[in-house]
Structures are given as structure tokens and as C-alpha cells.
Design a protein around this ligand. Structure first.
Ligand code: NAD
Length: 293
């Protein structure tokens, strides 16, 4: 039996490599992005067809994946004027793989359930590099039956697939993961900038961190590859990281649990977003802090 056609909306930094892995695994993909150039990248790929609109994707595909910047855009696409949410049919499956807001996702799941349409949130971690090699970490929220149905699709794009709870739970875990990641990046950058000012070679400092208890994802994968070489091109925008932090901070506030550090972390990331050029990569936080002296 041939694999079901997958509709994929949002062909950006992450969407493109994720679609390539779906095609490699034998899924026919119909894609759509507001930016026509994004779709043109697949001109030579058999198995890929470009759609004229998001509505067309929703009409043609039993499974729909969204890989969009944020919940505002997802909600607009689903429920805004001419939105596709109301036209989805029972038996279709909607999967939101972007880093959306868990509260919005829970609402979207409830609204779609009334139409007999299952919703799964399945945000990813690992960045562009792991999107390319198909080894993303995918945190999944939703009803077991729908999650089971989506598993072969997730297996084509990711390695660690964890069903963390009901709809919205995946997006909650993703936002919290990025809070932990963003705070680790901030701590590493502040430490490196101070050490550098004292006259210590930051390459050596990072080397020591990586052999000591200060090691984290930033010291291991970002400091040498994107920061000290001033490339600042990891492929994950600073504005998206700030958005994730805001989601996490709002989520913690809603839970009424301790969150003073998250609030402070968000404040620095927001300042960096204003201080750096539009479209800056999240690794440019290092540049921002260096220039604060
Ligand atoms: P991106 O900005 O590169 O891509 C988003 C794409 O969505 C763009 O091509 C844009 O044209 C398209 N788009 C926007 N509105 C649209 C609409 N209404 N209809 C159709 N297309 C539309 O972003 P990205 O880096 O690929 O990130 C996508 C999501 O994944 C975000 O939620 C982000 O937080 C998350 N994420 C990103 C990374 C990363 O390393 N870049 C890692 C993990 C998670």
C-alpha cells in the first residue's frame, strides 16, 4: 500500500529539511508556503507537489502538518477569515510541529474534536542540523490513537519520539525545554564575556567548561561553531527563541509555580531582540552581551 499524502504548511529553515526526510521515506508531500521561493526549492523532487494555497492542502491531504512560526499564525490560518479549520473533515489529522503556545493548542484540539478531527502537537528540538539528518527529538501531545497514526511520519523525521501527554503537553514541554536551553546559553555567554574582559582566552574557557560541570548544549555545540567565530548562523532566529521563552514564562505564571529566573531570562532576550539587527540568529546573544560593556 502506498503511503498517505502528507500536507506540509511552512517551508522555512526547519520545514524544508523535514519535508526532504518525508520524501526520502516515501511519503508523497503536498507543500505550501506564503513564500513561493520556498516551494521552488523542491522543483526537482519527485513526490513533492506545490499547492496554490493552504486551503488546497487541507482539501487534498488526509494528514496535515503545520511548521509555522507561532500560535498567532496557526490560529489565523485555522480560524481567521477563510481559515481552513472549519473545512477539515472527520478522519483528517492535524499535526502542529511548530513551537506553538500549549494553551492555544489545547483550545485548538478541543475545537477540532467537535468536528471529529484529531489534533496532535509534535514540536521538535535539535535545530536545522538534526532536522537535516532526521534525528530530531519530537515531544508529542494528543490522544493515543491519533499519536499512533502519526508515528510513521514522526519516525521519518526524528529519532527520540516521546508521547508526553494530552493535546498541548508537547508544546508545554517544548517551551520549557527552550527556557532551559536559553538560560544555559545566556549563562555561558555572560561567563565568556566576563572571562574575556579579564584577559582569558574564551576558547580555553569553553574548553574547560566542556571538561567540567559548566558544560551545556551551548558550550558543546554553539560557542565554537557559531559564536567565537562570529558566524552567528545556527538557523534558529533570536526572535523565535524569545517567543518560546515568552511562552514558557507565561505557562509558568499560569501554573502559579516559581518563575523569577524565567522572567529575568526573558527580559534579557527581549532586550537583545531590540538591540540586534532584525532577523538576528539566537547565537548573536553573545555579540549583544559583548557589546554591552
Ligand atoms: P522560519 O521562519 O524559517 O519558517 C517559517 C515558514 O512559515 C516561512 O517559510 C514562512 O514563509 C512560512 N509561513 C508563515 N506564515 C505562513 C502562512 N500563513 N502560510 C504558509 N506559510 C507561512 O521558521 P523555522 O526556523 O523553520 O521555525 C518554524 C517553527 O519551528 C517555529 O515555531 C520555531 O520556533 C520552531 N523551531 C525552529 C528551530 C530552528 O532551529 N530553526 C528548531 C526547533 C523548533
Amino acid at each position: 500500500m502506498s503511503a498517505a499524502k502528507v500536507g506540509f504548511i511552512g517551508l522555512g529553515m526547519m520545514g524544508v529539511p523535514m519535508v526532504r526526510n518525508l520524501l526520502r521515506a516515501g511519503f508523497p508531500v503536498q507543500g505550501f508556503d506564503l513564500d513561493a521561493a520556498a516551494m521552488a526549492q523542491f522543483a526537482d523532487d519527485t513526490g513533492f507537489s506545490a499547492a496554490a494555497s493552504a486551503g488546497q492542502v487541507a482539501q487534498d491531504c488526509p494528514v496535515l502538518i503545520l511548521m509555522l512560526p507561532d500560535s498567532r499564525i496557526v490560529d489565523q490560518l485555522l480560524w481567521g477569515e477563510g481559515g481552513l479549520g472549519a473545512h477539515l473533515q472527520p478522519g483528517q489529522l492535524l499535526i502542529d510541529m511548530g513551537s506553538s503556545d500549549p494553551v492555544h493548542s489545547r483550545d485548538n484540539a478541543a475545537r477540532l474534536a467537535e468536528q471529529g478531527v484529531p489534533f496532535v502537537d509534535a514540536p521538535v528540538s535539535g535545530g536545522v542540523k538534526r532536522a537535516r539528518d532526521g534525528s530530531l527529538s519530537i515531544m508529542i501531545g494528543g490522544e493515543a490513537v491519533a499519536v499512533e497514526q502519526a508515528m510513521p511520519i514522526f519516525q521519518a523525521m526524528g529519532k527520540t519520539l516521546v508521547h508526553v501527554g494530552a493535546a498541548g503537553a508537547g508544546h508545554a514541554v517544548k517551551a520549557l525545554n527552550n527556557y532551559v536551553s536559553a538560560s544555559g546559553l545566556l549563562a555561558a555567554c555572560e561567563a565568556l564575556v566576563a572571562a574575556e574582559k579579564f584577559g582569558i582566552d574564551p576558547h580555553l574557557v569553553n574548553q574547560v567548561f566542556n571538561a567540567s560541570t559548566g558544560k551545556n548544549n551551548t558550550t558543546e555545540h554553539k560557542v565554537e561553531n557559531f559564536m567565537l567565530n562570529e558566524a552567528f548562523n545556527s538557523g534558529f532566529a533570536l526572535a523565535l527563541m524569545r517567543k518560546d521563552l515568552q511562552t514558557a514564562q507565561g505557562f509558568i505564571e499560569r501554573m502559579g509555580t516559581a518563575g523569577g529566573f524565567a522572567a529575568q531570562c526573558l527580559q534579557t532576550w527581549s532586550q537583545a531582540e531590540v538591540g540586534l539587527e532584525r532577523g538576528a540568529d539566537h547565537t548573536a546573544m553573545f555579540k549583544f552581551l559583548r557589546e554591552q560593556q
